[in-house]
Design a protein around this ligand. Structure first.
Ligand code: ASP
Length: 329
């Protein structure tokens, strides 16, 4: 057995512990259809932020594993999380703003520098799909608020009440003790950002969130801002962000990470430098969390955050796993 085959076998054994029955069942089929790791290249591959990344990656893999497009994978992957009412930071069930209104932000970008986004969207479970419609069906990049809702409805999406009982109860509890000010803390941040490299070598990314819990009505974070919450450059790599959106916007975070990769930095190193830039711009980061995640054209990936606790999910043919990102503090 060659060293490479041995490595793959070991990785498969390890990965097998974490793979769902779907993956084990389909693995042989997938192997026949999809180009595999060649030299240092790994593709297809999908990575996404936080633990909800595991089921999201699994949905994305159903497309990537069959040789499908990264763009479809990153849309379908995050839709699973948007539809989960128990997830308090994305889609239905997302925490509302200070006025009790759930407003959602999302964006998507493909291998041809095409992108679409929605911000401050209400009543629609799948902002990522609306973002894709903006990209594909309009000459624009970003639609907001009422206009975004009108566009979603015109494109066949249904109105749904996004405020679940649970998040309403939590919000009412927050109202009793909190001032009308956004609370900045690590637990309130949980955007899903997803980056994928498909079997054809194309990159795409998506990002979707209900944003900072109990934010001012109308507040928009980094997640729907191309270059901040997400950026994809098919020549180089892709990056996304999670955490305190204002800080990510201030340094054009994801665009910076991609530019650092263009200069030859490994994805983790690129994320680290972006994080350090945020740290250097702030006197006190003790209550500030930001994490970046990046994937390059070769399928190499990495993440980095200000504080420990940021993790991300990685799915390849051989494994589905969680990785703890390194952190500055
Ligand atoms: N980045 C998102 C925002 O600022 C929140 C998060 O990632 O938790 O809206």
């Amino acid at each position: 057995m060659t060293a490479r085959r041995k490595f793959i076998k070991q990785a498969s054994l390890l990965g097998g512990l974490l793979l769902s029955p779907f993956h084990t069942h389909h693995k042989k089929h997938i192997q026949k259809n999809v180009q595999k790791t060649t030299g240092t290249e790994t593709r297809p591959i999908v990575i996404s932020t936080w633990k909800h990344g595991l089921p999201a990656n699994e949905a994305a893999w159903k497309i990537l594993g069959e040789g499908g497009a990264a763009l479809d994978a990153v849309e379908q992957g995050v839709r699973v999380i948007e539809a989960d009412p128990d997830n308090g930071s994305v889609g239905i069930g997302g925490r509302p703003d200070r006025d009790g209104i759930v407003t959602l932000d999302a964006c998507i970008m493909d291998q041809n520098y095409r992108c679409g986004a929605v911000a401050c969207l209400t009543d629609i479970v799948h902002p990522i799909t609306v973002a894709r419609y903006v990209m594909e069906r309009t000459p624009h990049v970003l639609l907001v608020g009422e206009g975004a809702l009108q566009f979603a409805l015109e494109n066949g999406m249904k109105k749904t009440n996004l405020l679940t009982k649970k998040s309403e109860q939590e919000w009412r509890k927050w109202l009793k003790h909190s001032q009308y000010q956004p609370v900045i803390n690590i637990e309130n941040h949980d955007t899903i950002g997803m980056l994928a490299l498909d079997a054809s070598g194309h990159l795409s990314g998506s990002c979707t969130t209900s944003g900072m819990a109990y934010k001012l009505h109308g507040r928009v974070g980094d997640s729907p801002i191309i270059g901040a919450g997400l950026y994809v450059d098919n020549e180089v790599g892709a990056a996304c962000a999670t955490g305190m959106g204002e800080e990510v916007i201030r340094i054009a975070g994801s665009a910076i990470v991609v530019e650092l990769m263009r200069q030859g930095k490994h994805p983790e190193e690129a994320c680290r430098i972006a994080v350090e830039r945020i740290i250097s711009r702030n006197k006190d980061v003790s209550h500030l969390q930001v994490g970046f995640l990046a994937l390059n054209k070769h399928g190499e990936y990495g993440g980095y955050s200000i504080h420990k606790g940021f993790n991300y999910a990685v799915q390849t043919l051989d494994s589905a796993k969680m990785v703890d990102a390194r952190a500055a503090q």
